[in-house]
Write a protein that binds this ligand. Structure first.
Ligand code: AMP
Length: 586
């Protein structure tokens, strides 16, 4: 059968969605009941690794494939059963123990997708340490900055990434006591340990530590509009949200073949690229390669993927390749498609229906929320362009700011800031070293998301934009300040202002405006030089795609660069009322 007809596979027809009645589920849901869906550990203790691995490794799913690894070069597929992945993670925990790493210390992961990254992730949690994923396409600048802020005891990376992004500066960051190499290592550079070899040498048993549910487990960095990146702290209890949202919003059933295309260097790639699929006893497909339309269709076909979680930029790239490529593949195993990270245009939902035979279900969340908060569910009608409705257990609203805090907007279709009632398990518990910033994220019992949205009369939420100058490019959240700082390192640059400009495929791309110091000439050679500097420091995902020279940049009376004005002029929008530009997605 070709995908064009888009009939669900036989397995799909036999399965009932996990969320059969939205209204009833919302009414009857409690987080206490959700906790009951997990195994837990004696004395009310919990460990994410125990829920994702140990309990399956000693149960019915022990011999089921937990992780199917597809190597980049077309080499043979490598399968890890739940028992095998658990054992590999135990070995990593043992290595940490042998090195004298203490529970509570931080372990950073900077690696492309390779099975030992997943083992390191869970080994870290088993040992009671806190794991921080770093995006491997970051340049050395963002990596070093995040290491300086979070002061990890251990950095897990590969030989190639170590040489390219870490070797030059790691001696100046005294917190890092051990650099552990995973993946292919030809030669172990000075100051590093071949972790893969060590893991082979130690015992495959390790008693996963029972943790206080409120003990830190994950530290995720997210960019801010001003200042340094923020480290959002999440606790072991977050696994309750991961599990239940995987169950309801991604409709994961035990035994499903599941593919999340997000890199584990970001929060989606950990919450839904590692944790939720394993707590829900699915088989996780991990592709080492980057996007390639034909390869992706082949994976969906050959692996018989049932649930697919991807992102609008990737969907738009597939759309550009036309339907013939899709039609040439058998996608009949697909049962549920979901998307996250940026606005999903209605055409993408329709395209999914027409070409893949199933619509994409958009859902919304962010690093700070730790898990999906608003979603389109299999049993509810999709309104294309809407992010959907709150998951059971989540109270979402739109609000306006008043002199005394916020006031909820009850009237439908009026735009305000999207706010969430505090108290779900995966809510971040702080920004590392930044209590004030954390406190400012709340107004009374409401968490302020920094997004603008409206709610329609049926209770569906619609994304409007951001309340700040953050840029979303190919799903990556980029803080303009970080890019401006890199450009200001160039000796000719006097001022820099960075904005997002609309892009058909990436949603937005980064554009920089630069004013030079007196005596310097704006020419093509200098533009190339600046581009090169930004790419080297920040990495290609964050560096500007365009740089425009200006004699000076517009500033407020207090001296802040007016990014919104730059953007208004760039897009030919009225400059009078800049509040209409809020969020920057018209
Ligand atoms: P991050 O913390 O990097 O995951 O980025 C979170 C931000 O991405 C949110 O605050 C939104 O601005 C944006 N975002 C996430 N999901 C969606 C969505 N479904 N529609 C529109 N914007 C989204």
């Amino acid at each position: 059968m070709t995908a064009g007809q888009g009939q669900p596979g036989p397995r799909a027809q036999a399965l009932q969605p996990n969320l059969d009645d939205y209204t009833r589920s919302c009414r009857e849901f409690t987080w206490e009941k959700a906790r009951g869906m997990l195994a837990g550990m004696p004395g009310g203790r919990l460990n994410i690794a125990h829920e994702a691995l140990d309990r399956h490794a000693s149960g019915e799913a022990a011999e089921q494939v937990a992780l199917r690894f597809l190597p980049r070069d077309g080499g043979s597929v490598v399968d890890y059963t739940y028992a095998a992945l658990n054992e590999r993670a135990n070995r990593f925990a043992r290595v940490l123990e042998e090195l004298g790493v203490e529970p509570g210390e931080r372990v950073y992961g900077l690696s492309h997708r390779t099975p030992d990254l997943y083992a390191a992730f869970f080994g870290t949690l088993k040992h009671g340490c806190v794991f921080t994923p770093l995006f491997p396409a970051f340049g050395p600048g963002p990596v070093r900055q995040r290491v300086e802020i979070g002061e990890p005891a251990v950095l897990v990376t590969t030989e190639r990434l170590f040489r390219k992004k870490v070797a030059d500066w790691v001696a100046e960051t005294p917190s890092v006591r051990h650099v552990l190499l995973i993946g292919d290592t030809d030669e172990t550079p000075d100051g590093t340990i071949n972790a893969a070899e060590r893991m082979d040498a130690v015992s495959g048993d390790y008693p996963t530590r029972p943790m206080d549910p409120e003990a830190p487990a994950l530290l995720h960095f997210t960019s801010g509009t001003t200042g340094r990146p923020k480290g959002a702290l999440h606790v072991h209890e977050a696994v309750v949200t991961h599990h239940v949202t995987g169950h309801y919003a991604l409709d994961l059933h035990p035994g499903d073949i599941y593919w999340c295309t997000a890199d584990p260097g970001w929060v989606t790639g950990t919450s839904y690229g590692i944790i939720a699929p394993l707590t829900n006893a699915t088989t996780l497909v991990v592709d080492e390669a980057e996007f390639d339309a034909e390869r992706w269709y082949r994976i969906l076909q050959d692996e018989r993927v049932a649930v697919w979680y991807t992102a609008p930029t990737a969907i738009r790239m597939l759309m550009k390749h036309g339907r013939e490529l899709a039609d040439a593949h058998d996608l009949s195993a697909l049962r549920f498609l979901a998307s996250v990270g940026e606005p999903l245009n209605p055409e993408a939902v329709h395209w999914g229906r027409k070409v893949l035979g199933l619509p994409f279900h958009d859902n919304w969340w962010q690093t700070e929320t730790g898990g999906i908060m608003i979603a389109n569910f299999p049993t509810l009608p999709i309104k294309p362009g809407s992010m959907g409705r709150p998951i059971p257990g989540i109270e979402a609203a739109v609000a306006e700011h008043t002199d005394n805090g916020i006031e909820l907007i009850e009237e439908p279709d009026r735009t305000g800031e999207l706010v969430l009632k505090q108290g779900w398990p995966s809510m971040f518990r702080g920004f590392l070293h930044e209590d004030e910033r954390y406190r400012k994220s709340f107004a009374g019992e409401w968490y302020l998301t920094g997004d603008l949205a409206r709610r329609d009369e049926d209770g569906y939420f619609w994304f409007v934009g951001r309340t700040d100058d953050m840029i979303k490019s190919s799903g990556h959240l980029i803080g303009p300040f970080e890019v401006e700082s890199a450009l200001l390192e160039h000796p000719t640059v006097a001022e820099a202002g960075v904005i997002g400009v609309p892009d058909e495929v990436a949603g937005e791309t980064v554009k920089a405006f630069v004013a030079l110091k007196p005596g310097h000439e704006a020419d093509e050679a200098l533009r190339r030089d600046l581009m090169g500097l930004a790419r080297k420091r920040l990495g290609p995902a964050v560096a500007p795609r365009a740089i425009e020279f200006r004699d000076e940049l517009p500033r407020t009376r207090s001296g802040k660069i007016m990014r919104r004005l730059l953007r208004a002029r760039e897009l030919g929008l009225p400059e009078g009322d800049l509040s209409t530009l809020e969020g920057g997605r018209e």
